[in-house]
Design a protein around this ligand. Structure first.
Ligand code: 48N
Length: 320
């Protein structure tokens, strides 16, 4: 591709390339089509192509050195978020922005974070968010079509991958995926029998799923004065913390999620995102299991803004 003068539009397209340690390297020239010149130069020249040499152990050490350094650093966290669905991700984004001084740990049982927000509903792609949740879309930079009282993101994965990419790029936020929270760390609370949540107990999700068919594999632990639980409504892993509060006799019972009523559901979830027991804040659809809130089905504005509120609550509790 013949190089030519870079037009103003292409200058706009010139992006600093993310690289080592988050420092942007020099902006590289682009071809008229907007491809970086080094990439364009690769194309069509594959005969003599080869990668730089590597030794297998180097790859393994590059991964494990970083992972275990992260695990060591996050063993003492300021805030742990359980569940990287749309609510947990928006909570992580908001915390990462508001409090870069805090060490935030995001724990996701699935290999792929995102929870139910990869599709808009059933297997349909577009994602609907009712206003004013468009505020959050503009905050994170997700394009949408404005339909008056609501907006539509052309693919739910565009929302989820954009928020996820912003969260993963934050220096003070670490995602441990394929990792399940299988218990809460507690300390005696104010009244007799009451508890304060003081962290989480984790295991590889695959191990958590097989505790019944193998000898006990003890878990790992993460201490944190504040935990946000956004594990979704009931399901194989869902509603984890609220079910644990019942089994620990901190809640009488779960009211259970009620039938679908968009009008009522979304306001209730956002307004009632709160600290349930000292040190534990619940948001997103997990909250509907405690409060007996309606479900809203295929609209995600409440998830985004419940996460924002959960972050606000967490900072309030942390700063007490
Ligand atoms: O997407 P979810 O399930 O939960 P939310 O609350 O972020 O978003 C809910 C939303 O997707 C809806 O359900 C929509 C709005 N529909 C509502 C309706 O009416 O049906 O994400 C929860 C995440 C998932 O990724 C789970 O894998 C993860 O939490 N998770 C856990 N991660 C770690 N440890 C656990 N114990 C655990 N349990 C669930």
């Amino acid at each position: 591709m013949a190089p030519s003068a870079v037009s103003p539009a292409q200058q706009h397209a010139q992006l600093a390339f993310a690289s080592k340690k988050g420092q942007d390297v020099a902006v590289e020239d682009r071809t008229p089509e907007g491809l970086s010149k080094p990439l364009a130069d690769l194309m069509g020249h594959w005969d003599n192509f080869s990668f730089a040499p590597i030794r297998e152990s180097t790859v393994s050490r590059a991964m494990t050195r970083r992972y275990f350094a992260d695990l060591d650093r996050h063993a003492e966290s300021d805030i742990v978020i359980i569940g990287a669905g749309s609510c947990g991700l928006s909570a992580a984004y908001t915390l990462g922005k508001l409090r870069p001084d805090l060490r935030i740990t995001l724990i996701e049982a699935s290999v792929s974070p995102g929870g139910g927000a990869w599709l808009g509903g059933q297997l349909f792609s577009a994602m609907v968010l009712r206003k004013p949740a468009d505020i959050f879309l503009r905050e994170v930079g997700v394009a949408y079509e404005d339909e008056g009282d609501y907006v539509v993101v052309k693919h739910a994965a565009l929302f989820t991958s954009t928020v996820l990419s912003k969260v993963l790029a934050m220096e003070n936020v670490k995602l441990f995926n394929a990792t399940a929270v299988e218990d809460l760390i507690t300390r005696p609370g104010g009244e007799e029998g009451a508890v304060r949540v003081a962290g989480v107990v984790t295991n590889w999700t695959l191990v958590s799923m097989h505790h019944d068919d193998q000898s006990c594999m003890d878990p790992n632990t993460i201490n944190a004065p504040v935990v946000i639980s956004t594990t979704g409504h009931d399901g194989p892993f869902g509603a984890f913390s609220v079910k644990r509060l019942v089994s620990m006799k901190q809640l009488e019972q779960l009211e259970g999620m009620r039938g679908l009523d968009m009008q009522r559901a979304e306001d209730a979830i956002v307004k009632n995102t709160r600290e349930i027991v000292p040190g534990l804040i619940v948001g997103g659809m997990e909250l509907s299991e405690i409060d007996g809130a309606n479900r809203m089905g295929p609209t995600f504005g409440a998830m985004a803004l419940s996460g924002v509120k959960a972050a606000e609550e967490a900072i309030r509790v942390f700063d007490l």
